[in-house]
Design a protein around this ligand. Structure first.
Ligand code: ADP
Ligand code: MG
Ligand code: ZN
Length: 616
C-alpha cells in the first residue's frame, strides 16, 4: 500500500461497504438457516409418525416439541417441530414407540442467541475478508487501486522488484531505456536546461521477449511506482467505460509522479482507425481519450508512458506522432549470447549441477524467446524433482528443450511395426540428405519416440553458428532436407504416406518465399511480390500482384520443388545401403545422436572411398 491518506481512506470506505454487505447477507442467511433447520408439522401428524415408528427422538420444551425423525443411512436428518398441546398420554405413547425423549436446555437466552446468530458470523466474515484483502494486497505488491470500481484492471505496484539485471539479452533495449530511468530519477536536471523528454516509448517485439519485464525493470531501476493496464481489458468493457478508465489511470498516476504508466497490448485499443468502415465506437473513444491525456499532461512532472505491442504496423499513426509514442524500443529474439544470459538469469534460483553447460542449451534453441527459455529451466527443474535428484543435470535441460519444441514423450502410443519402419526411414531420409548436402546444418539427433504434439519422430538439426543471412544455395538445400523424409519412403517402400504433410507445407513456403520475397527466381528477378504483414507474430505474407502473376508464382514455386524432389530421390537411391543400415539401427535404438549418425555416414563413405563434405 502507498502510505497515502486517500488510499487508506478508500480502504476504510470499502471496509464499511463490506461490513454492510455482510450484515445483509447474514440477515437473510439467518432466516434461511432457521427455516431449513426446522419444519413445522401438525400435532396429529406427529402422533401418526410416532405410531408408525418413524420418530427417533423428541425434545419437549416449554411450548414446543422438537422431533428428530429416523433417517435411512446417508440421508440428511430434518428437524421437525410442533406446538405442545395438552396431551397427558404423550409420554406413554412415546414409551410404547420406544422413542427417546427429554426436556431441552434453556435456549431462550436472548444475549447468547444474538451472539451466536449475529456477532460470531460477522466476526468470521470479517476475518475471511481480511485474509482475502490481504491476499490481493500481497499479490499486487501494494493493493488494487480501483477496487470497488468493479471492472477495474488498473494495477499499481509501489515497487516492481525487477531491475535491469533480471532482463538479459536485450542490451540495446536497455540502453535506450536508461535515459528514461535517469529522467525519472531526476526530472529537474532535464527541465532546468529546457530539455523535453519523450512522453512515451513503445516497446516492440515478438511475444515473450521481455517487453513487460523491461517496462517493470525501468520502474524498478528508477524506484518509481508502476501503473499498468492491458489494452485487451478495454475491449471487453461497456461503452464509455474505456475512456473513463483511461482518465482514471492518468489521474492516479499524476498524483504519484514520478511514475510509469504501462499500457500492455496497446494494439487492442490503438488499432488504426482508418480503413475500417464499421468502426468501433468504444475503442475509438478510448483511443481518443488516451491521445488527449497524453497531450494534456505535463511530462516535466516525471510521468513516462510505456506501451508494448507485437503488432506495431497496425497502430494508429496518431499514436506515433511526436509528443506521443515517438520512441521505439525493439525487443527482438535474443541471439546466442543473449539466450545464454537469459538461461543464466533464470537458473540463478535453481540448483544446477556443476556439469551443466548452458551454452550448449543456448546453441540448441535458436529462435527461442525469453519466455521459452524461462520455461525450459523450469521444466528441467521439474524433471529433476521427478527423478528424485537434488540438482538439475544437463540431460534434464536437453529433455526440457525437446518438450518445449516437440511436446512430451508419448511412450504409450503404439505404432505397428510397419508404421515404425516407415517413420524410421522417413527420419533417416531427412538426416541423410542433410548429411550428404553441403549447405545444411549438422544433424543433432534423430528419434522415433512419438511426442505429444503430434510428431511420430523427428530429426533435429542445429546450426553450427548463429546465422543472420541465408543464401540461395542454403535455401534450396533446406528444401531438399524437408523433402528427404517423403523421398526415403518412396525409395524404400515405393509408396507414400500422410506423414510428410508438414514437411511439404514448409518446403512449399520456403520455395514460394524464394520467388516472391527474396528475388531468387530467374522469372521474376528482383521483383517484390509479397510482403510480410505482421513481422512479430506469425509473419503471414500478403500478395501484392495481379492474379496472372500469382499463377506464374505458383508455377515457379512448383518448379523449385520438383527439382529438389528429383535431386533428393537420386541422392537417396545412390545411398540406398546407407539409408537402410541407419534406419535399421534407428529402429533398434529408437534414438540416434548426431555423432553416432555421422560416424555411420563417414564410415560408409570412407569404405566407398568417396568424400563426404565435412559438417563441423
Ligand atoms: P512479453 O511482454 O514481451 O510478451 P514478458 O515480459 O511477459 O514478455 O516475458 C515473460 C517471461 O519470460 C518473463 O516474466 C521472464 O520470466 C521471461 N523473459 C522474457 N524475456 C526475458 C529476458 N530478456 N530476460 C529474462 N527473462 C525473460
Ligand atoms: Mg507482455
Ligand atoms: Zn518429415
Amino acid at each position: 500500500m502507498f502510505g497515502n491518506k486517500k488510499f487508506d481512506g478508500n480502504k476504510l470506505k470499502y471496509g464499511i461497504y463490506y461490513a454492510i454487505a455482510v450484515a445483509i447477507i447474514m440477515f437473510f442467511l439467518n432466516d434461511y438457516v432457521v427455516n431449513v433447520k426446522t419444519q413445522h408439522i401438525k400435532y396429529s401428524d406427529f402422533m401418526t409418525y410416532v405410531s408408525q415408528n418413524k420418530v427417533k427422538e423428541v425434545q419437549i420444551t416449554r411450548d414446543k416439541i422438537v422431533i428428530t425423525p429416523k433417517t435411512k443411512e446417508g440421508e440428511k436428518s430434518k428437524i421437525l417441530y410442533t406446538e405442545k398441546v395438552d396431551d397427558p398420554d404423550l409420554i406413554k405413547k412415546l414409551d410404547a414407540a420406544h422413542v427417546q425423549y427429554g426436556g431441552a436446555p434453556q435456549e431462550n437466552n436472548p444475549i447468547k442467541n444474538f451472539f451466536i446468530n449475529w456477532i460470531l458470523p460477522i466476526i468470521i466474515f470479517m476475518f475471511l475478508g481480511r485474509i482475502l484483502f490481504g491476499r490481493l494486497d500481497k499479490k499486487m505488491g501494494s493493493g488494487v487501486m480501483s477496487f470497488g470500481k468493479n471492472t477495474a484492471k488498473i494495477y499499481a505496484e509501489n515497487e516492481t522488484g525487477v531491475n535491469f539485471n533480471d532482463v538479459a539479452g536485450q542490451e540495446e533495449a536497455k540502453e535506450s531505456l536508461v535515459e528514461i530511468v535517469d529522467f525519472l530519477h531526476n526530472p529537474k536536471k532535464y527541465t532546468d536546461i529546457g530539455a523535453k523528454l519523450p512522453k512515451g516509448a513503445l516497446l516492440v517485439g515478438p511475444p515473450g521477449t521481455g517487453k513487460t519485464l523491461l517496462a517493470k525493470a525501468v520502474a524498478g531501476e528508477a524506484k518509481v511506482p508502476f501503473f499498468s493496464i492491458s489494452g485487451s481489458a478495454f475491449v471487453e468493457m461497456f461503452v464509455g467505460m474505456g475512456a473513463s478508465r483511461v482518465r482514471d489511470l492518468f489521474e492516479q498516476a499524476q498524483e504519484k509522479a514520478p511514475c510509469i504508466i504501462f499500457i500492455d497490448e496497446i494494439d487492442a485499443i490503438g488499432k488504426s482507425r482508418d480503413g475500417n468502415i464499421t468502426g468501433n465506437d468504444e475503442r475509438e473513444q478510448t483511443l481518443n481519450q488516451l491521445l488527449a491525456e497524453m497531450d494534456g499532461f505535463d511530462s516535466s512532472k516525471g510521468v513516462v508512458i510505456l506501451a508494448a505491442t507485437n503488432r506495431p504496423e497496425v497502430l494508429d499513426k496518431a499514436l506515433l506522432r511526436p509528443g506521443r509514442f515517438d520512441r521505439r524500443v525493439i525487443a527482438d529474439r535474443p541471439d546466442l549470447k543473449g539466450r545464454e544470459e537469459i538461461l543464466k538469469v533464470h537458473s540463478k534460483g535453481v540448483k544446477m549441477s556443476e556439469s551443466v553447460d548452458l551454452n550448449a542449451i543456448a546453441k540448441g534453441t535458436p529462435g527461442a524467446v525469453g519466455a521459452d527459455l524461462a520455461n525450459i529451466i523450469n521444466e528441467a527443474a521439474l524433471r529433476a524433482v521427478k527423478s528424485n535428484r537434488k540438482e538439475v543435470m544437463q540431460e534434464d535441460l536437453e529433455e526440457a528443450v525437446e518438450v518445449i519444441i516437440a511436446g512430451k514423450e508419448k511412450k504409450d502410443r503404439i505404432l505397428s511395426d510397419k508404421e515404425k519402419r516407415s517413420v524410421a526411414f522417413h527420419e533417416v531420409g531427412h538426416a541423410l540428405v542433410a548429411a550428404l548436402l553441403k549447405n545444411t546444418d549438422p544433424v543433432h539427433k534423430i528419434t522415433i519416440v512419438p511426442r505429444t504434439m503430434g510428431a511420430l519422430g523427428y530429426t533435429m538439426q542445429l546450426p553450427a553458428e548463429e546465422k543472420y543471412l541465408i543464401t540461395k544455395e542454403e535455401m534450396i538445400d533446406q528444401i531438399c532436407v524437408m523433402l528427404g523424409g517423403r523421398a526415403a519412403e518412396e525409395v524404400e517402400f515405393n509408396t507414400m504416406s500422410t506423414g510428410a504433410s508438414n514437411d511439404i507445407e514448409r518446403a512449399t513456403q520456403t520455395a514460394r518465399s524464394m520467388v516472391t520475397m527474396y528475388g531468387m527466381s530467374e522469372r521474376f528477378d528482383l521483383m517484390g511480390l509479397e510482403s510480410i504483414q505482421n513481422r512479430y507474430l506469425d509473419g503471414r505474407p500478403v500478395l501484392n500482384c495481379s492474379a496472372e502473376t500469382a499463377a506464374i508464382i505458383d508455377e515457379e514455386t512448383l518448379k523449385i520443388i520438383k527439382e529438389a524432389h528429383k535431386k533428393v530421390i537420386n541422392l537417396l537411391k545412390d545411398n540406398r545401403t546407407l539409408l537402410t543400415e541407419i534406419s535399421e539401427r534407428l529402429l533398434e535404438k529408437e534414438t540416434l545422436m548426431g555423432n553416432e549418425f555421422m560416424e555411420m555416414v563417414k564410415g560408409d563413405k570412407s569404405l566407398e572411398n568417396s568424400s563426404v563434405e565435412e559438417q563441423e
